[in-house]
Design a protein around this ligand. Structure first.
Ligand SMILES: [Zn+2]
Length: 131
């Protein structure tokens, strides 16, 4: 059962849409500055492209800042897909509600706090790629 109200969901959706357009601006700017402007348009698709296509594109980009922003954009796109599928706000591991407080701090969170902590404990720090 999802515990989010329509209003809470609207707030989170709005936040993610704004965050995404800010990330896009940032990515375009860094790519333009580093002479990779020709990648900028493709990067706009990176949230919705497959992992393989995204990996291919990212191989050409070496700016850590951009890679981090793209990772966040993909997280947000995945969250939007969960909203569309009606699974947003539910933990992907245990299916319990993630909780509005946690989502407010981190709207693209996939897992509830206990599952997240468990995952961080069981993964090597070098493989840690995000929440
Ligand atoms: Zn969980």
């Amino acid at each position: 059962m999802n515990t989010l109200t329509e209003k809470q969901l609207a707030v989170l959706k709005e936040w993610m849409a704004q965050r995404k357009s800010r990330l896009m601006d940032e990515i375009r700017e860094v790519l333009a500055r580093s002479g990779n402007a020709h990648h900028a348009e493709q990067v706009g698709e990176v949230g919705s492209m497959g992992d393989e296509a995204a990996a291919r594109l990212l191989r050409d980009i070496s700016e850590a800042e951009v890679l981090r922003d793209i990772g966040e954009m993909r997280d947000i796109t995945a969250a939007e897909q969960r909203i569309a599928g009606g699974r947003y706000g539910l933990c992907t591991d245990c299916a319990e509600p993630v909780g509005y407080e946690r989502l407010k701090a981190y709207p693209s969170a996939k897992r509830c706090m206990p599952c997240q902590q468990h995952r961080e404990k069981t993964r090597a720090p070098s493989q840690y790629t995000g929440r």
